[in-house]
Ligand binder design. Structure first.
Ligand code: ADP
Ligand code: MG
Length: 341
């Protein structure tokens, strides 16, 4: 059966309603003209939207629908995490060709629903339209105590720069998927790295638990999530604060084997880590004395590493230093990396 036969109402009844759960703030959910939400006393409301269009943000024929559902929600949850907030509910707008098989939508909602359940968020509404291309837009609503919200503004010269998890794996995964590289032919250690990289690309994980313990135990001076690569995203923090930064390439946290995998595939792991997108890790700044407490808190939350990768400076410039302390530019192709592989 295709969507044209199921109809808009059928989609809402059969799939969207399944993702509704009773939560305290939601007075009225799916089925009325608007969702009605009761604001929690003393909390600010956080709102973030992300749109994904087939052919622009993902390749329809190389994307498992459950991965797409997962990722579409993950990006919004990651934004809520990056502010130090807690997600409450989300809105889903779907543009779908009439010929889309119902089984495609089933898998899409499976991936979406599993992540929503994991973080206790409910689907509260949306829109469904027929369209020549698949597009998915998710708006997530969250809340946070005003004093706990962490903005991009706030970093000070001397603060350390830290990231959660690992960088570059998602970019490596995208490279493998896009170029249809058969990872089963790779030798053991490289195969493991490649499988991890593909997983990182398909199933990024929002760092909500990590952000929650950070704001509680070691509040960052600034924070954001890395969606466009550390090098580019860091400029949003330095720009917001009129400061500069120094990034140490030798300190970038990478999954085991990523350097060897990059070499095997004629790429640069440093470039993946600095300029590859979609890691959805947290990028944050902290005064040095708080770094130990922050690392302990984050590891305690989920076993996630938190790694110092550089320092905020008062120079107005973002500088990248290789393992020998030489300055290099991560933008403009991996020729620049020839010297320190
Ligand atoms: P209206 O025409 O008033 O906008 P719709 O017929 O589009 O209402 O939607 C009816 C109800 O179903 C609304 O509560 C809306 O939020 C919800 N809804 C529609 N599409 C979706 C979707 N893709 N996911 C979740 N809820 C949806
Ligand atoms: Mg509508």
């Amino acid at each position: 059966m295709s969507l044209a036969e199921l109809g808009e109402f059928g989609i809402i009844e059969r799939f969207a309603k399944r993702l509704e759960r009773p939560i305290e703030n939601l007075v009225t959910g799916i089925g009325d003209d608007c969702a009605v939400i009761r604001p929690a006393p003393g909390r600010h409301t956080l709102i973030t939207s992300d749109m994904m269009v087939a052919g622009v943000h993902f390749l329809l024929d190389r994307t498992e629908p459950s991965d797409l559902g997962h990722k579409a929600l993950c990006t919004g949850l990651s934004d809520i995490a990056a502010m130090g907030g807690r997600p409450v509910c989300f809105f889903l707008s779907l543009a779908l060709p009439g010929g889309t098989p119902v089984s495609w939508l089933e898998r899409f909602f499976d991936g979406l629903g599993a992540l929503a359940t994991e973080f206790g968020v409910t689907l509260a509404g949306g829109d469904t339209v027929a369209s020549p291309v698949v597009a998915v837009d998710i708006t997530v609503l969250g809340q946070g105590e005003p004093k706990n919200l962490v903005r991009r503004k706030g970093a000070r010269a001397g603060d350390l720069i830290l990231v959660t998890g690992y960088l570059g794996a998602s970019a490596a995964g995208l490279h493998i998927i896009k170029n249809e590289i058969g990872i089963n032919n790779l030798p053991g250690r490289l195969h493991e790295a490649a499988a991890l990289a593909c997983h990182a690309h398909r199933r990024p994980w929002p760092r909500l638990r990590e952000a929650a313990v950070l704001v509680r135990d070691a509040p960052p001076t600034s924070m954001m999530d890395i969606s466009d690569g550390l090098a580019g995203d860091l400029r949003h923090i330095t720009g917001a604060n009129g400061v500069g930064a120094e990034i140490w390439a030798g300190s970038l946290p990478m999954i085991p084997g990523l350097q060897d995998l990059a070499a095997e595939l004629g790429n640069s792991a440093d470039l993946w880590a600095l300029s590859g997108g979609e890691d959805y890790e947290l990028l944050l700044t902290l005064p040095e004395p708080q770094a130990e407490a922050a690392m302990r808190a984050v590891r305690g939350a989920n076993g996630t590493p938190l790694t110092v990768v550089g320092r905020i400076t008062d120079s107005l410039e973002v500088v990248f230093l290789d393992r020998q302390g030489r300055q290099f530019s991560p933008i403009g192709g991996h020729d620049h990396f020839g010297g320190h592989q």
